[in-house]
Write a protein that binds this ligand. Sequence first.
Ligand SMILES: [Zn+2]
Length: 85
Amino acid sequence: MQKKNNSSANVQLKRKPRRKKACPLCVDKVYILDYKDLNRLSRFITDRGKIVPKRNSGACAKHQRMVAESVKRSRFIGFIPYCID
Ligand SMILES: [Zn+2]
Protein backbone atom coordinates (compact mmCIF):
# COMPACT_ATOMS: atom_id res chain seq x y z
CA MET A 1 0.00 0.00 0.00
CA GLN A 2 1.24 3.37 -0.95
CA LYS A 3 0.80 6.22 1.40
CA LYS A 4 -1.37 8.97 -0.01
CA ASN A 5 0.49 12.16 -0.58
CA ASN A 6 -1.56 15.03 0.72
CA SER A 7 0.50 17.86 -0.65
CA SER A 8 0.48 19.86 -3.87
CA ALA A 9 -1.66 17.50 -5.98
CA ASN A 10 -4.68 17.84 -3.72
CA VAL A 11 -4.50 21.55 -3.10
CA GLN A 12 -7.25 22.31 -5.58
CA LEU A 13 -9.56 19.74 -4.05
CA LYS A 14 -9.21 21.14 -0.57
CA ARG A 15 -12.28 22.89 0.71
CA LYS A 16 -12.25 26.02 2.72
CA PRO A 17 -12.73 25.32 6.40
CA ARG A 18 -16.28 26.41 6.94
CA ARG A 19 -17.42 27.89 10.18
CA LYS A 20 -20.28 26.05 11.77
CA LYS A 21 -23.60 27.85 11.50
CA ALA A 22 -24.93 29.07 14.79
CA CYS A 23 -28.32 27.70 15.74
CA PRO A 24 -30.88 30.46 15.11
CA LEU A 25 -32.88 29.45 18.17
CA CYS A 26 -29.83 29.40 20.43
CA VAL A 27 -28.95 32.89 19.18
CA ASP A 28 -32.45 34.08 20.10
CA LYS A 29 -32.24 32.20 23.42
CA VAL A 30 -35.44 30.28 22.82
CA TYR A 31 -36.02 27.85 25.67
CA ILE A 32 -39.60 26.95 24.89
CA LEU A 33 -40.74 26.82 21.28
CA ASP A 34 -44.42 27.56 21.04
CA TYR A 35 -46.41 25.67 18.43
CA LYS A 36 -48.55 28.79 17.97
CA ASP A 37 -45.51 30.88 17.07
CA LEU A 38 -45.88 30.59 13.31
CA ASN A 39 -43.45 33.39 12.49
CA ARG A 40 -40.69 31.39 14.09
CA LEU A 41 -41.84 28.00 12.83
CA SER A 42 -42.15 29.19 9.24
CA ARG A 43 -38.36 29.38 9.04
CA PHE A 44 -38.22 25.64 9.60
CA ILE A 45 -40.77 24.59 6.99
CA THR A 46 -40.15 24.28 3.26
CA ASP A 47 -42.59 25.67 0.73
CA ARG A 48 -43.96 22.14 0.37
CA GLY A 49 -44.71 22.02 4.07
CA LYS A 50 -41.86 19.73 5.09
CA ILE A 51 -39.67 20.21 8.11
CA VAL A 52 -36.30 21.64 7.06
CA PRO A 53 -33.48 19.23 7.92
CA LYS A 54 -30.92 20.20 10.53
CA ARG A 55 -28.14 20.46 7.95
CA ASN A 56 -30.07 23.20 6.14
CA SER A 57 -31.69 25.03 9.01
CA GLY A 58 -28.52 25.01 11.11
CA ALA A 59 -30.47 24.24 14.26
CA CYS A 60 -28.76 22.29 17.03
CA ALA A 61 -30.01 18.83 17.97
CA LYS A 62 -31.96 20.08 20.96
CA HIS A 63 -33.75 22.79 19.04
CA GLN A 64 -34.32 20.60 15.99
CA ARG A 65 -36.22 18.20 18.23
CA MET A 66 -38.27 21.09 19.57
CA VAL A 67 -38.95 22.31 16.03
CA ALA A 68 -40.11 18.86 14.88
CA GLU A 69 -42.37 18.52 17.90
CA SER A 70 -44.01 21.92 17.52
CA VAL A 71 -44.40 21.65 13.75
CA LYS A 72 -46.21 18.35 14.23
CA ARG A 73 -48.35 19.88 16.96
CA SER A 74 -49.38 22.84 14.88
CA ARG A 75 -50.10 20.56 11.92
CA PHE A 76 -52.42 18.58 14.13
CA ILE A 77 -54.18 21.73 15.32
CA GLY A 78 -54.36 22.98 11.75
CA PHE A 79 -52.07 26.02 11.78
CA ILE A 80 -49.71 24.40 9.27
CA PRO A 81 -50.86 22.13 6.42
CA TYR A 82 -49.44 18.61 6.20
CA CYS A 83 -48.55 19.12 2.57
CA ILE A 84 -48.81 21.90 0.05
CA ASP A 85 -49.28 21.09 -3.61
ZN1 LIG B 1 -30.12 25.57 19.40
